[in-house]
Design a binder for this molecule. Structure first.
Ligand code: AMP
Ligand code: MG
Length: 387
């Protein structure tokens, strides 16, 4: 490990990562991607005066003072504007139909009695005015926005079939350790089942990344080196867990230095996760310490914002306050796992140590508790898919 960096110093180094480039994808494949260009209105929204209710449409000034209104016929959605109305007449109009130019009011069926409006109405009511949501050329969704279901709807309505998005990271995962056997193997007394790789893969799948390589290396420099070469060839981001601390069997730093040179940093003033290492690449490499809570915390605090940057977005952590007093650490930042209660408030879910991932089940993210401070607001780093 080198001189330990503060979180701010580590952030300044990962901030140098640049987006991976852009590509056009079908709209159907664009979910969770990042817009490379804004979505712009190709016509006004709505494009015509739109009836907002099923009922009748008429000109308020021409309505007879008493008696039923004479209906000229049915005017439904998806048909052109009808012929002009005779004075005192109304169209039966359906939601989504274009409101004819000679009508200025819609009264829904439920507000009619004896064939006419039952009570007072306002001229212009239930008409969604053309261009009132957006004018032609208006930016509807900013570039660099994450594409969710609503953005898909906006893109579809401006006629975008192929959408320009930032490229996504192709990610390789290499876990390490002689003691870690596959989940379907019965471990011997001195072994554990591997859980870090499946956790990382689940995190990544949840945020829409493809995992192009996932393997496990024993603590053997030769085999580990071969697997590192295979992983590096398959990805633009490599996540390693384990083998990056000071142990005599921790070979990752040396093997990566042979391939990529010195790391941008190795060692951060944080708990858990002090031995975190980062190579700017390409490929970008994060070597996470192997303890499961360290993997969880360092992935969430460092890797997720880096992935957002590579994919064209800036991750800005929300500030949250906690209802409980938190003891801070004297010198290190505390990456504290938190869970969300039924009312949306966060509560601390501290593990007993960084190997204790059982007690952080149910966590939704981490907060950053800076060293030696009495602040009550903390940066919040949610897991993918939360909220
Ligand atoms: P290391 O960083 O390699 O020294 O590992 C630190 C601790 O994390 C050890 O107790 C390992 O057994 C544990 N560990 C390493 N890799 C995994 C894994 N894939 N799944 C679960 N625990 C692991
Ligand atoms: Mg190890």
């Amino acid at each position: 490990m080198d001189r330990l960096l503060t979180l701010a110093e580590a952030d300044a180094l990962t901030a140098s990562l640049r987006p991976l480039g852009t590509e056009a994808v079908d709209l159907a494949a664009a979910l969770s991607r990042t817009l490379a260009a804004p979505l712009v209105a190709d016509r006004p929204f709505p494009p015509y005066h739109r009836a907002m209710m099923d009922g009748i449409a008429f000109s308020a000034g021409s309505l007879p003072p008493t008696g039923p209104v004479t209906l000229a016929g049915l005017h439904a959605a998806g048909v052109p504007p009808p012929a002009p109305l005779a004075p005192g007449h109304a169209w039966e109009i359906m939601t989504g139909a274009i409101v004819p130019d000679d009508c200025d009011t819609v009264v829904p069926y439920e507000d009619l009695a004896d064939g006419r409006p039952a009570g007072d109405f306002e001229k212009g009511q239930f008409i969604h005015e053309a261009g009132s949501d957006a004018t032609t050329g208006a930016v509807l969704v900013d570039g660099s926005s994450r594409i969710g279901p609503v953005e898909i709807a906006v893109a579809a309505s401006v006629g975008v079939g192929q959408i320009e998005v930032f490229r996504q990271a192709r990610i390789a995962i290499l876990s390490t350790g002689d003691e870690a056997v596959p989940p379907d193997v019965i471990p011997r007394a001195w072994e554990i089942r591997r859980s870090n790789g499946p956790m990382l893969e689940a995190m990544l799948r949840r945020r829409g990344n493809s995992v192009t390589f996932h393997d496990h290396a024993p603590d053997d420099p030769e085999i580990c080196g071969r697997l590192l070469d295979a992983a590096l060839a398959e990805c633009n981001v490599l996540l390693i867990c384990g083998g990056i601390s000071k142990g005599k069997k921790d070979f990752i730093r040396g093997l990566l230095e042979e391939r990529l040179g010195k790391p941008a940093f190795h060692g951060v003033e944080q708990r858990p996760g002090k031995p975190l290492a980062f190579w700017q690449g390409p490929p970008v490499v994060f070597a996470l310490p192997g303890n499961p809570v360290s993997v969880l915390a360092t992935f969430t605090r460092h890797v997720l914002p880096a992935l957002a940057r590579l994919e064209g977005r800036e991750f800005i952590p929300a500030k949250v306050s906690m209802n409980e007093a938190l003891k801070c650490l004297p010198k290190f930042s505390w990456l504290l796992t938190v869970a969300s209660g039924p009312d949306g408030t966060l509560r601390a879910l501290p593990p007993s140590n960084s190997g204790d991932f059982i007690s952080v089940a149910g966590a939704c993210g981490i907060i950053e508790v800076p060293p030696a401070s009495s602040q009550t607001e903390f940066k919040f780093f949610p897991f993918p898919g939360f909220p």
